[in-house]
Design a protein around this ligand. Structure first.
Ligand code: NIG
Ligand code: FE
Length: 405
């Protein structure tokens, strides 16, 4: 793998492109940023002399944004897949000592370099498909040194692969085995020691909690949100995945960036999210893996104007998915999103779920150059094909990172 800094610069004039609405489009890149974009005949003369990259009719989209992943972990959990095939539920697997806690054992046992190597391999699949920004959560360490290890790996991924990474501290993902029966003690540790220390080290861009019967209560979630708020860190929530806990209303009160999963979200939750401007992050990979039958309330979210994002939720338990386009396809097929909704879900709305709406998720002057050229005729094909990678070229952080022209 060549180091990211040695990849060719994307500076120049990208011509012969077609935008999502089918119109001809040109992008001028200077010093790694988009200097101008628009219809070819409207281009200012100042850009005319730039060296050219011929798009040859390629469809162009913003760089994709994967806004919910647990990418850094040790081991894998194919054995649980087999258990579920034999009839066990996700909750039963967790109660039998599997689930999140089994990834915690493997993550604690892994060195930082080992975690970096395994996460890099997974990240490469996502990048090859056009991902230019990604969220990475902790939550498989559940002790200060191991949560730190995960978040440090996330930062290393950003510099090694030239990808924007937003780190999310998910210390309240599961109760670590050594705190069995002492949930409150663990939440105190998360709030008083782990979060402040990791924040001081610059490792925390957002804070998340798994609010669920098998994880943390509403009151425990609020305690973590208060700790985050006191440090000025934005929050998000694994909310209403297996049951309606009222987590979305709580998250909305704290101005959450997003509520994620939300299969069991109530109308009150939808309304609270709409009022707070909280993004709904849909995770069809987990829905599919768990053979869930409770659909997220798409029509209510749409009617209330809640922005909907779509993400892989990549994790070893419920969504070992490494294709964001497949998630877009599944969001359409399983959740009945329209194709434009699915595309917004993996670009603009996903960027907003990470607080990156000013820099990522759309193609506009002044932003870092992140865009993807596709070998597709029609924008609808982005969500139509699955199991192939119709990428021609990825421009990531101002460099030609995948493919060529
Ligand atoms: O997003 N819901 C909680 N957390 C993960 C699953 C983690 C695991 O099973 O390892 C999720 O689905
Ligand atoms: Fe998750």
């Amino acid at each position: 793998m060549p180091s990211f800094d040695t990849l060719p610069s994307a500076d120049g004039l990208w011509t012969g492109l077609r935008s999502l609405d089918g119109q001809p489009c040109t992008i001028a890149v200077q010093d790694g940023r988009i200097a101008w974009t628009g219809a070819p005949d409207a281009m200012p003369a100042a850009h005319a002399g730039l060296p050219r990259h011929a798009g040859q009719g390629a469809l162009v989209t913003p760089g994709l944004v994967d806004c919910h992943t647990h990418l850094v972990y040790g081991g894998q959990r194919a054995n649980e897949f087999a258990m579920r095939l034999a009839g066990a539920s996700y909750e039963e697997v967790a109660k039998a000592g599997g689930g999140i806690v089994s990834s915690v054992r493997a993550t604690r046992a892994a060195s930082e370099d080992e975690l970096f190597a395994s996460a890099s391999a997974r990240l490469r699949s996502l990048l090859a498909e056009g991902v230019c920004a990604i969220e990475v959560k902790s939550g498989y360490g559940l002790a200060l040194e191991h949560e730190r290890k995960q978040l440090r790996v996330a930062r290393r991924l950003a510099s090694a692969h030239g990808v924007t990474v937003r780190t999310t501290f998910l210390g309240a993902h599961a109760l670590p085995p050594e705190f069995q029966g002492r949930s409150q003690d663990y939440i105190d540790l998360v709030c008083r020691e782990m979060l402040p220390a990791l924040h001081l080290e610059g490792l925390v861009d957002a804070v998340d909690v798994f609010c669920e019967r098998i994880a943390f209560s509403l009151a425990e979630t609020e305690q973590v949100f208060q700790a985050a708020q006191a440090l000025g860190i934005p929050v998000k929530l694994h909310a209403e995945q297996l049951s309606d806990m009222g987590g979305a209303q709580l998250a909305a009160r704290y101005g959450a960036l997003s509520c994620d999963h939300i299969e069991h979200l109530s109308q009150e939750g939808v309304d609270a999210m709409a009022a707070a401007g909280t993004v709904a992050v849909l995770l069809p990979g987990a829905y599919y893996t768990l053979r869930d039958t409770q659909l997220p309330p798409i029509a209510a979210l749409r009617a209330a104007g809640v922005p909907m994002a779509v993400s892989t939720d990549h994790n070893p338990g419920t969504s070992p998915a490494l294709s964001l386009l497949l998630m877009a396809n599944m969001a359409c097929t399983l959740f009945r999103l329209t194709v434009p909704e699915a595309i917004a879900g993996i670009t603009t709305h996903a960027a907003r779920a990470l607080g990156l709406q000013e820099t990522h998720g759309s193609i506009a002057a002044g932003r870092p150059a992140n865009f993807v050229l596709w070998d597709l005729n029609d924008a609808a094909e982005l969500a139509y094909w699955f199991g192939q990678r119709p990428v021609r070229t990825v421009v990531r952080q101002g460099r030609i990172a995948e493919g060529s022209v």
